[in-house]
Ligand binder design. Sequence first.
Ligand SMILES: Cc1ncc(C[n+]2csc(CCOP(=O)(O)OP(=O)(O)O)c2C)c(N)n1
Ligand SMILES: [Mg+2]
Length: 790
Amino acid sequence: MDMTITPPTHRTDPTTIAVLETIETRLRWLSAWTIHNANHLRDSRDGLKVGGHQASCASITAIMTALYFGALRPQDKVAVKPHAAPVLHAIHYMLGQQSLDALQRYRGFGGAQSYPSRTKDTIPVDFSTGSVGLGVAITAFASLIQDYLIAHGEMAEGDAGRMIALIGDAELDEGNIYECLIEAYKHDIRNCWWIVDYNRQSLDSTTADRMFRRFDDIFETCGWRVETLKHGAKQRAVFASAGGQAIADWIDDCPNAEFAALTYQGGAAWRTRLIADLAAFPETLALIATHDDAALGALMTNLGGHCIATLLDAFARCDDDKPTLFIAYTVKGYGLPFAGHKDNHSGLMNPGQIAQLRGDLGIAAGEEWAPYGGLGDNAAASARAVVEASALANAQTVAAAPPVPVPDRLPVPDGTDLSTQAAFGRILLDLAKSGHPLADRIVTTSPDVTVSTNLGAFVNQRGLFRRQELKDVFSAARIPTAQKWAGHGAGQHIELGIAENNLFLMLAALGLAAPLFGTRLMPIGTVYDPFIARGLDALNYACYQDARFLLVATPSGLTLGPEGGAHQSINSPLIGIGQPGLTYFEPAFADELALIMGWAFRHMQADDGGSVYLRLTTRTLKQIARTDDAWQQDALDGGYWLKAPSGAADLAIVFTGAVTPEVLEAATQLADDLPGLGLLMVTSPDLLHRGWSARHAGRWTGANGSSHAEHLLAQLASHARLVTVIDGSPATLSWLGSVRGMRVSPLGIDRFGQTGDVPDLFRSYRLDAEAIVDAVAELCLGPVDETLSR
Ligand SMILES: Cc1ncc(C[n+]2csc(CCOP(=O)(O)OP(=O)(O)O)c2C)c(N)n1
Ligand SMILES: [Mg+2]
């Protein structure tokens, strides 16, 4: 579907182009100088190379100039390839939005970031980038979320922006790009531009010639328009003149590495090579002879991605909502002494080379930081006028999203026997039926495990999201089916194919709806717990840019039983503990889950909040009767005494989640001998650990107060001993012994699981009541193996 879009502000008249060309040289200079300053001029205290990528920046300055000062509209959002961060900083510096101090501290503590960061940079950054490929794909998901908001009446069609990724060509090697491309095609995304800085160089070398025209095919097959900008206006003019076609053909046949090497060698080398190769074309030789070496070098590297007019024309041609891939041919290090050299990725100009460039650009010594330095007064005024009239200077600030109300407490599902996974489905179903405003903002998504993670009931209530109506063929044919699978604009579940990485990119985009589009969504993504690992980098990416979502991972651990070792997650609790921006909970009972989900919906919206990960199970547990609500605050802080220790208070079982029945059984067996045995239910090993670490750090930062782990363990005698039990890595809980210096016997899994039922598996992996009793006995009596007591 096409839509009317406000015309872009660019003008392709020669005067504007000339001004943009001067702006381009400013960006090339400022980015190079910022990197130079950090590496050569700023004091180094540790002798480490600071780094930065002058060649990657110079490759893309014309593209960024044409985009930011030509085609960009105020509502558009851009993900900038990581290594072009200095260009983005330079753009904002010219706009007066980036400080000199931040540039001078580029890659330094608190300075401009090495890679664009939403949370750490002071300039507006739409999408963080860094791990290549992810910043590309998120723009496709963001465009889908924009369509979601439009379809749900949260955004006007006319306010739709374009989601743009500026990408390095090596990013096209990342598999996540193609996973995303498939998903984007299924969802018929629009308003998305990916602009490839096609310098045919990666980090190590030049890229494979065999990929020539492959990317076009792949993208076109997936419904994208592909605009290949191979030649600049100068080249096209020469090709059209007598003898010119042979040069065009020669370029087409030239391998990437040879083109790069000749670029590095410069005009004389070009001449020698062209004369040799094109000896049979006298008109061409004559044409070459009209160029001196410098002009010949400039002609041969006048590729589409360095030609402002070519770029502006292409952007103007694609001014509709069709997803578009621009393949803009460029030279890595364009205009710098190491242009085209295969090793230039991390190359830095030496002081002599940067001085030479400064001179060439007419910048006086001492004027290096002047935003419009090296331009005459008139040129500077014209450049400033264009910069100040740009969309970026007038970017729409997204209004703070109003909070989504959350009920004081979510009702606990009935039933004496429930798994946390079943309870999760019921809580969501109740919410969906309740008509509470929170339910309207929930968006669920899942990589082909919607039904098997118990999201099905919610989807039955709220439907699939589709821009175009999708009939449920089975229901329409009156074939009995538990699952309605109809899609429409008001649907609230975004169906994903099985690629888990897409789940996390989708959650990242959904979780940024508030800052990007001014409407807060409450995303809930479900996945099998072991397959978090499949999307781990994307999960980290989402958290790094402070996207807010609820990740529900289920089933987990050995309690998957017959599913076997390939599906039983072991180290996911450690991911939960180790991942910043994500709070991990693993409840055992339905009432804990309801309480934690209520907390999660608030935490996802809090200024100092974050995302939440719930590790759930399909194992049915007998629910317990509560006598009061005193446990609740403790449960939200990470743990509570299911049975407080008494008497000598010198022993406790500390446990999490699905092993609760075994712990209760062991406690029953031990009741006569150890009536004072404490049972500590840990609902969030993550919160306990974080609190404990923070408390230690607080000794030096002046923060005081005790941590919840200390508070809980204070109910035990100082010489008490702990048995820790979890259906996961034992390291999740064993550290608790360090809180007050208690001896620990840790139970958990640290080798691959296998098929079996829970009794067999728990016996074999020593998670059953007997293993717990043995561990308690060992702690009471001392280990048989003396080495364990040292
Ligand atoms: C996931 C990931 N792997 C590796 C890197 C290290 N790395 C940084 S840039 C780069 C190659 C960049 O090449 P390209 O995308 O073509 O960018 P450009 O040539 O414009 O510098 C690599 C391998 C990274 N940043 N992210
Ligand atoms: Mg490259």
